[in-house]
Design a protein around this ligand. Structure first.
Ligand code: ADP
Ligand code: ADP
Length: 239
């Protein structure tokens, strides 16, 4: 069964005379362990689709399921990690403290909601320090976000999202704010990391090159209204 199943999802913003159909009947099944990118022009509904999966929005019609449960249930069980467009690190915490925050919050939640949190703490503990080393942040564990480059901040946000070992990792244009060199270096590191952790990834990007380089499947969307117009499997072995 799929990791993510989206069936006939519609999303309409606004009300009365000023409605906008952001998603107009989107169907998509994503197999576990695949890296899917979503491309298309600005306004075609990429972020809306990602936010439906992340339970940040609800569809007006249709269904979204993650491993057979609602996005809300999947997020509560920490099955989903989300990397926003801007890293949103807490400025007064260093790198290690920022990536440890989800663990801390989960330990707090365990006291109040034992069953939901227990499923998460039964997973083997992530070695966050090792993960930070793997993405080239070994020297930066005790630095504050203000002391980091944009690329280092983005890598910190990705490690933070991976910390609770989510089954699904969602990323909304995580590289768009980075210069070309930083972006390519970060992509190399992430490709190595995916080969190791094999989590399901859904990744929104403006860049066709980036999509082809990173993903197993490219989902192409078109605007007005937002629809999937093509799904392309990339058979080429990754570099
Ligand atoms: P991008 O085009 O860079 O992907 P987003 O679509 O992610 O930007 O938009 C950023 C934020 O602005 C989102 O929270 C989204 O809901 C909101 N937003 C986008 N378009 C509109 C709009 N027409 N009216 C109100 N909010 C909007
Ligand atoms: P993309 O990520 O592909 O740029 P979005 O999903 O952000 O597209 O937006 C799809 C459409 O929905 C756009 O026309 C956008 O302006 C509109 N939209 C997105 N979020 C909101 C919102 N919160 N309120 C109103 N309109 C929105």
């Amino acid at each position: 069964s799929p990791a993510i199943r989206i069936a006939a999802a519609r999303k309409i913003y606004g009300s009365g005379a000023t409605t906008l159909t952001a998603l107009d009947g989107v169907d998509l099944d994503i197999r576990p362990g695949t890296f899917v990118s979503i491309i298309g022009p600005s306004g075609c509904g990429k972020s809306t689709l990602l936010r439906l999966i992340a339970s940040l929005e609800e569809p007006d019609d249709g269904d979204v399921e993650i491993f057979g449960v609602s996005p809300q249930a999947a997020c509560a069980a920490k099955l989903v990690g989300f990397v926003p467009q801007s890293p949103a690190l807490l400025p007064w915490l260093n790198v290690l403290q920022n990536v440890s925050l989800p663990h801390k919050i989960n330990r707090g939640a365990e006291k109040r909601r034992p069953t939901a949190a227990a499923a998460v703490s039964n997973r083997p503990a992530t070695d966050l320090t090792k993960l930070l080393h793997d993405v080239g942040l070994g020297e930066a564990l005790h630095k504050l976000p203000s002391e980091l480059s944009g690329g280092m901040q983005q890598r910190t946000a990705i490690v933070r999202a991976l910390g609770l070992q989510p089954e699904v990792l969602l990323m909304d244009e995580p590289f768009s704010a980075l210069d070309e060199f930083t972006r390519e270096a970060l992509q190399e590191q992430l490709l190595d990391l995916w080969d190791e952790i094999k989590t399901t990834v859904v990744f929104v990007t403006h860049s066709v090159t980036e999509a082809v380089r990173l993903s197993d499947t490219v989902v192409v969307m078109a605007p007005k209204p937002g629809r999937i117009v093509d799904v392309i499997d990339i058979d080429l072995p990754r570099p």
